[in-house]
Structure formats: C-alpha cells, structure tokens
Design a protein around this ligand. Structure first.
Ligand code: MN
Length: 201
C-alpha cells in the first residue's frame, strides 16, 4: 500500500495569524506531498513496500538516504500538523505541566531551551521535546531526521516537534525564525502533547 497525504486536521487558515494560510497550503500540499510521493518512489518494488511508516523511520539509517529523508519528512509532518490546533497554546497543566516544571525549572525556562534548540539548528531541521528513559528532554535533528531514527544523536519518543525549515515560516516571517518560534507557542496543542507523554512514560 502506497502512503497517502492525509488532509490537515483543521482549515488552512485556522492557525492565522500565527501561521498563515498560504504557508499551510504550500507546506502541506506541496512539501509534505512531495515527501509522500518520493517515499513511495523509494520503496516501490522493494521489501520495504509493506512496512509501516514507524518501521521505516526506525531503521531509516540502514535502509536508504531517500527513505531517511522522505520517510522522515512524512512522519515528521504528520506529527507536526497534529501538534498544533486553533484556539490552542497557553500553559500546559496536569502531569505534563508538572513534568515540564520538574525537568526544566519552569514553563518559561522550557520554552527558552526549546526555542534555543530550534534557533541553533543550523540550516534545516527540527526542535523536539522527547521522553527519554522516562524523563523529558529537548533535542534537535538536521534535515528530516527525528529522535526515533537509528541515526539520531539523541534518541527518544517525540511528544512535540517544531519544524524550523525555512519553508515553515519564510513567507510570513522571512528570515525571522525567532518570531516564528515565538508564535508557535500560540498554536501548540498541549492536550495532544500530554496524551503522547502518557503513552511514552
Ligand atoms: Mn516542513
């Protein structure tokens, strides 16, 4: 079964003004679609054709560069769309809020460290909040790698990810990655992040 692009879980304009509709149209409809198409091309007629995206991503480093880049791209973007929502943001409460405070000192300190991971990722990549050995950690990966991959420097179960490729913000924010990352906090779907943490702990 070939992989397919799922529709966004909300309207393209739903994250305005934090993330603009045009960026969402191009990011989802063109960039994510291209990862799906190129992943399908890379696995067509091979033993990998019947594998799940999780299975492909986990072993990406030993399969091929095309699967690493495009399988990573497909998994990461599905995860990213679900990490955001309209009328979201704010400060996480409950177990997730407690875990963030315990791991990073405060929510503000967490935000600063996460944003720093995104800001210091040279070129294209991702900033992540992960569960590693039952604890929260922040990491970043280059290109379309992610913390599930065999090739990841820091491995763990991602519970939040921010795309810091220029295609994620350039139309609205141009070179101002910091402004994009500041706006990202207004659309983080903490309910989903909390569910992911529960599942990973
Ligand atoms: Mn992207």
């Amino acid at each position: 079964m070939a992989f397919t692009l799922s529709p966004l879980p909300y309207a393209h304009e739903a994250l305005e003004p934090n993330i603009d509709a045009q960026t969402m149209h191009i990011h989802h409809g063109k960039h994510h679609q291209a990862y799906v198409d190129n992943l399908n091309k890379a696995i067509a007629g091979t033993e990998h054709e019947s594998k799940s995206i999780e299975e492909l991503v986990k072993h990406a480093g030993s399969i091929s560069v095309a699967v690493r880049n495009n399988g990573g791209g497909h998994w990461n973007h599905n995860f990213f769309w679900a990490s955001m929502a309209p009328n979201a943001g704010g400060i996480p409460s409950g177990k997730l809020g407690d875990a963030i405070n315990q791991s990073f000192g405060s929510f503000d300190a967490f935000k600063e460290k996460f944003s720093q991971a995104g800001m210091t990722r040279f070129g294209s990549g991702w900033a992540w909040l992960i569960v590693k050995d039952g604890k929260l950690e922040i990491s970043s990966t280059p290109n379309q790698d992610n913390p599930l991959m065999d090739v990841a420097e820091v491995k763990g179960m991602p519970i939040l990810g921010a795309d810091v490729w220029e295609h994620a913000y350039y139309l609205k924010y141009q070179n101002r990655r910091a402004d994009y990352l500041a706006a990202f906090w207004n659309v983080v779907n903490w309910a989903v992040v909390a569910e992911r943490m529960e599942a990973a702990m």
